[in-house]
Design a protein around this ligand. Structure first.
Ligand code: ZN
Length: 198
């Protein structure tokens, strides 16, 4: 089993990169490796692929680590749907593949099913046991199909920018006459002391 590769890495290197990037090898990352690995194999190496990830948990990190798609370059979109699924698609033709965790298949793997459906208290699921179960299962609990992307495929264009008359910072003009923070939608209170010098 250790001579297999995941996303083009040996299992050892795969784990090392997960830990470096994510802090620890969360089971969702290891499982996510198999989704991305399969999607990459289906779409092939000569296609410039964009990614759509259907959960904010774990899977986006796998895509950012092992494909050229990142949140920052706009090639990966992340949907907060809590569905363990990823699509890679040709950004010009809009055709590609979706790979997802298939609950019908997962049911025959009770350790993984119970972990994924959060049916066990966390302390009953030692990490190494889950890792082993995921590595053994491989693509077993996954399904894949060819897709044509019909929405969400536009690359984010930079929007028009304005200068906020209150804080003086540049912001998206679509927010209105002041930036959202100055409209009371901010998430912070600035300390009353003056700005910190670099
Ligand atoms: Zn402002």
């Amino acid at each position: 089993m250790l001579d297999r590769t995941i996303c083009g890495r040996t299992v050892e290197d795969f784990f090392r990169e997960l830990i470096r990037f994510h802090g620890f090898a969360a089971p969702g990352l290891v499982l996510g490796g198999f989704l991305v690995d399969w999607a990459q194999e289906l779409i092939g190496t000569d296609v410039e692929a964009d990614a759509i990830v259907e959960t904010t948990h774990c899977l986006p990190d796998v895509v950012q680590l092992f494909t050229p798609c990142t949140l920052g370059n706009g090639w990966m979109k992340v949907l907060d749907w809590d569905k363990f699924a990823v699509s890679l698609y040709d950004r010009r033709k809009l055709t590609g593949y979706r790979v997802w965790l298939d609950l019908d298949k997962l049911r025959s793997l009770p350790d993984l099913y119970n972990w994924y459906m959060r049916l066990f208290p966390k302390e009953d699921r030692p990490l190494d046991v889950l890792h082993e179960a995921i590595l053994t299962a491989g693509r077993g609990p996954l399904s894949a199909c060819a897709i044509r992307v019909t929405r969400l495929c536009e690359r984010h264009k930079k929007q028009e920018i304005a200068v906020c008359p209150q804080c003086g910072e540049a912001y998206a003009a679509s927010q209105g006459l002041k930036c959202l923070a100055c409209q009371g939608e901010g998430y912070y209170e600035a300390s009353t002391s003056s700005q910190i010098k670099p």
